[in-house]
Each structure stands twice: as C-alpha cells, then as structure tokens.
Ligand binder design. Structure first.
Ligand SMILES: C[S@@+](CC[C@H](N)C(=O)[O-])C[C@H]1O[C@@H](n2cnc3c(N)ncnc32)[C@H](O)[C@@H]1O
Length: 288
C-alpha cells in the first residue's frame, strides 16, 4: 500500500514561515505544506509537510536546526486513511456553550453543551480558527446577556458553523450565504447533518446580493467572518439590513485592522459593544 510521510514540528511564527518555505523547496517535493498557529496560547506555530517519498533524515535535521525549530516528528500515514487521518487530527473545540466536533468525536459531546457537528471539508470553519471561535464566543455572550435574535444572517458562512449554532439555540429563520459555491454545498451538507435543514437556508451570494437575504431583512443578528477589506466594503449595505438594537458580529480582522473596521461601522450608525482578541485575530460585536 502507498504511504505518505508526514513531518511536523513547532517553531515561532517567523521561523515557522521560513521553515514552511524551505520545506516547499525540498527534494523530493512535498505534496503539501502548512503552517498553523497552535490554539494552546503558546504562540507557537506548527509546520507540517506531506511527502510521497520520505526526505533524507539528515537534511531534515539540518533544516529544523537552521530555523531554530524542534526536531521534526516523522510519521508514516497510509494513503487510504488520509481523509480519516486529517479528521482525527481535528479535536473538538469548546466556545462558550458550543462544542464543535467531527463525527469521529461524537461520543465526546458533553451533555451540557450544544453540539455542532462539522466535518473537515473544502470550506473554512471547523471552529479551530480564532475568528470562528471568537464569533461563537461573541454570540454566547449575547445570549447569556438575554439577547434573543428573531432572525439571523451568516454572511460568508463557510461550513455554516455559525448559522448552525444560531439555529440550534434560537427559534427564528437563519440564512447562510457564501460567495464560494463549494462552501455553499458544504454548508448545506452540514446543515442537514445537524438536523436543522428546515431552519437554515443556504444561498450563494456576494455580500447581501441575493433576494433571499433581502426578503428576511432587517436582521437582529448578522455574522460576517470575512476579511477587513470585504467587511469595510459591506458596511453601507449592512446598516439598512440590521434592525435597530440588532447586533453584528464581525471577524476575520487582524487586530491592527480593528480600528478601521470599527470606524467604517460607526460611520453607518453602529456602536462598538465588545471586542475580543484570540491570537492575532479580533472579533467585534457592534450594536445598531
Ligand atoms: C473566514 S471564512 C468564515 C467561515 C465561517 N463563517 C466561520 O466563521 O468559520 C470566510 C468565508 O467568507 C466567504 N466570503 C469572502 N468574501 C465574501 C463576500 N464578499 N460575500 C460572501 N462571502 C464571502 C469565503 O468564501 C469564506 O467561506
């Protein structure tokens, strides 16, 4: 059976990025290289590389040492187990009352948490990123404070993790939209897997450019975990679609960019209510 060789190590951000670039240049060529921030608050980054042909041990040791990284952990991954392996690597994420998990961790769902079943797939939003976690914690905080949105939009839904969270704790309609048709397909599959298909509509749209999004407006709650640029562009379209007293939860914002996003939304009549940093990302809650 064909096997993959998986290499992983830890380093600080600059070293991890340089090491990731060096791995790309290695002979034999890797089939994939990734650099991910650890979610344990250590500030370390994991560098991973996958090869169909194992690189030379000595070359790897020199490469890690030259970048101030720990020695690589090398493991063999059977090709047929690849998808399952990636999924198994994704541990559940707790964010407020929510517990985001893959089907391989179904038996770990605590009885007092709201489970969001999200399989790793070709869309963003497994809960592991600080932006997704920030949005889940932000809505948890609003719910704890007694805010009960009657309708919700999740613009840039990815896996629809935020829309599913809303549908599981609220009674009203939820609409999930994404500019990427692949994400919309993944969103639909996740919505069905979570048993909320009657409650969450999934549509392909750039920003609010879809009749379904307008039909349900104005919203009591809008999530938009997209990047700073699209968020700033979206501000004038957002204002008329959020009910007075409604909230927007915005993420995908690198912390130094947060003031620009706040300025764009306060110019449209929103007031900053809460901000939270996770790693290098900031999540904002604003009230209209
Ligand atoms: C960072 S992911 C967020 C996914 C998920 N909402 C979460 O919180 O994990 C951003 C998503 O927004 C989508 N997106 C980016 N720009 C957009 C736009 N202008 N309108 C709608 N979706 C957009 C991307 O395709 C991507 O799926």
């Amino acid at each position: 059976m064909t096997t993959w060789t998986a290499l992983t190590t830890l380093a600080d951000k600059a070293q991890a990025e340089a090491l990731g670039a060096a791995l790309e240049e290695l002979e034999p060529e890797p089939t994939g290289v990734g650099v991910f921030e650890m979610e344990d608050g250590s500030g370390l980054f994991e560098v991973g590389g996958y090869f169909t042909e194992a690189p030379d041990d000595i070359a790897l040791a020199i490469l890690a040492a030259a970048h101030g990284a720990r020695p690589f952990t090398v493991s063999e991954v059977p090709e047929t187990d690849w998808v399952a392996h990636v999924r198994r690597e994704l541990h559940p994420v707790e964010a407020g009352r929510f517990f985001v998990y893959g089907s391989h961790d179904a038996d770990r769902l605590p009885g007092d948490r709201i489970g969001l079943l999200i399989e790793a797939a070709m869309a963003f939003g497994t809960g592991h990123h600080g932006t997704t976690k920030g949005c889940l914690e932000a809505v948890d905080r609003l719910l704890t404070a007694g805010f009960t949105p009657r309708n919700v939009a999740d613009v840039g839904c990815g896996t629809a993790v935020l829309a599913i969270a809303a549908a599981k704790v609220l009674d009203g309609p939820v609409i999930a939209s994404d500019i990427d048709p692949v994400a919309v397909d993944v969103a639909r599959a996740n919505v069905a897997a979570n048993g909320v298909e009657g409650r969450v509509a999934c549509v392909e749209a750039a920003g609010f450019d879809h009749p379904e999004l307008d039909r349900n407006a104005p919203y009591d709650l809008v999530f938009a975990n997209i990047l700073k640029g699209p968020l700033v562009e979206l501000a004038p379209d957002m204002a008329p679609r959020v009910a007075p007293g409604g909230r927007v939860i915005l993420s995908g914002i690198l912390t130094p960019q947060a003031d620009d996003v706040i300025a764009a939304y306060t110019a449209q009549g929103f007031a900053l209510e809460h901000r939270r940093e996770i790693g290098e990302w900031t999540t904002l809650t604003l009230r209209r």
